[in-house]
Design a protein around this ligand. Structure first.
Ligand SMILES: Nc1ncnc2c1ncn2[C@@H]1O[C@H](COP(=O)(O)OP(=O)(O)OP(=O)(O)O)[C@@H](O)[C@H]1O
Length: 271
């Protein structure tokens, strides 16, 4: 779905978005936007509302209030598959691959259901679907594993398969929920390289939730920090390190030291 307009304009506009569970607001009157081809990093303490925000934007959860506009189109009341067909793909914190399928079958399934409306259940793949899957496999470096059952993949390969499955839906906006959680330093660097490559190749806009500060500093053009469902900080990584509120609510002194080191060397975790 990428095209000549993919580099310009606003990809995502979130206005006064709110999700209440009883008296508690998991996302509280949140307003922000993401420009086309930008990478926005989202951080914040556990329970800050980051995943709930992804669930709201991707249609998995119905908002209590507010509005979400994707590439100029109001998607606030759309279903997840409709939003996916409009060009938004997301990944999940926990493993979300089909273990009993091969790598290739995972991608074909993602492309089949994620790319356009399917009104009948019989799977049939055309040359476009095959090309999209081949390209997704290649971009994450899993081409040689295409015939392997997903259950036999390593932790890193499973993360890359989730990424490739999202790419196989041919999105314009990719939302990644803790894409490097549980990986070691080398694997994190490898994922950062893949994501950088994906953005450059596909002109993609990316929003990623991550606590691993070396990863955020390596990739994000801008960061937003959430706390109690609301925006605590939005701006540069350097500015984040200078924010007393962010240090107090999220980083702490050791996290601040690590963030500063990561911003200088891109190889240290904040958590
Ligand atoms: N379905 C639900 N019902 C009730 N409360 C919920 C529900 N989903 C999330 N919450 C609450 O909303 C708040 C935000 O949760 P969320 O998972 O979005 O936080 P998070 O920032 O993604 O946390 P983490 O970094 O641990 O993944 C938490 O207090 C959580 O317990």
């Amino acid at each position: 779905m990428s095209g000549p307009d993919a580099k310009h304009g606003t990809a995502l506009e979130v206005s006064h978005l709110t999700k209440r569970y009883g008296a508690m607001a998991a996302v509280d009157d949140l307003t922000f936007h993401v420009e086309c081809n930008e990478i926005l990093g989202i951080s914040g303490p556990n329970g800050a509302g980051k995943t709930t925000l992804f669930d709201l934007v991707s249609g998995l959860t119905v908002p209590s209030g507010g509005e979400v506009v994707l590439f100029g189109r109001n998607i606030t009341t759309q279903r997840p598959e409709q939003i996916c067909h409009l060009g938004l793909a997301r990944t999940f914190q926990l493993n979300a691959v089909f273990d009993s399928m091969t790598v290739e079958e995972n991608l074909m399934t993602a492309n089949y259901f994620g790319h356009r409306n399917r009104s009948f259940p019989a799977l049939s793949f055309d040359s476009h679907s095959r090309a999209a899957c081949d390209s997704a496999l290649e971009i994450v470096g899993l081409s040689s594993e295409r015939r392997r059952p997903a259950a036999t993949l390593t932790g890193l390969q499973r993360k890359l398969l989730m990424l490739a499955s999202a790419i196989a839906t041919e999105p314009r906006l990719l939302m990644l929920d803790e894409p490097v959680g549980g990986l070691n330093r080398d694997e994190i660097d490898q994922c950062a390289q893949v994501i950088r490559h994906i953005r450059a190749e596909r002109n993609l806009t990316i929003v990623l939730i991550e606590h691993v500060m070396s990863f955020v500093t390596a990739l994000a053009d801008r960061v937003m920090v959430l706390h109690h469902g609301a925006k605590l900080y939005e701006g540069s990584i350097a500015g984040m390190a200078e924010s007393a509120e962010v240090v107090s609510a999220y980083l702490g002194t050791s996290g601040l030291r690590d963030l500063k080191r990561a911003a200088g060397t891109n190889d240290v975790h904040a958590t």
